[in-house]
Design a protein around this ligand. Structure first.
Ligand SMILES: [Zn+2]
Length: 143
């Protein structure tokens, strides 16, 4: 399996897995690759991810009957479900995550924005955070 960062015509970036580079080209030409955010099939390769962990490879390898699109849609649905129960904290993410980690606030699922510097600080402090599988637009920017 190979992972590509793809970008649709509306500049949404998302990841998709393919059995090979040529499989991606073929599926793209047949317009089987669509953006999970807008459904656009006009996609192109962004930057190829240099490292795919063995763990994520194995997880996908357990479902060989699924097409990449189905697997991708499941991941998108999984993230949507997580976000439905999660609170958007915007640019306060680092502050909120740290406060919960230090017991200053009750713990609960949150998501928001953090700079690269904030992310590395949180990781160093042992605050459990994870990147989103797919980029999400802040609620106040959705039309
Ligand atoms: Zn899109």
């Amino acid at each position: 399996m190979i992972v590509f960062d793809l970008r649709c015509a509306r500049a949404h970036v998302f990841e998709a897995w393919f059995s090979s580079s040529s499989a991606f080209e073929e599926q793209r030409e047949r317009r089987l690759v669509s953006c999970p955010l807008c459904g656009g099939t006009d996609v192109e390769k962004a930057v190829m991810a240099p490292n795919v962990s063995a763990k994520s490879n194995r997880a996908l390898a357990t479902a060989p009957s699924e097409t990449s699109t189905e697997a991708l849609l499941k991941l998108a649905a999984f993230q949507a479900e997580l976000l439905r129960r999660s609170r958007w904290v915007g640019s306060d993410f680092a502050t909120e995550a740290r406060a919960m980690h230090e017991g200053e606030r009750p713990e609960g699922p949150i998501h928001g924005q953090a700079s690269a510097a904030e992310v590395s600080e949180l990781v160093e402090e042992g605050v459990p955070i994870a990147p989103l599988l797919f980029p999400v637009a802040p609620p106040d920017q959705i039309n």
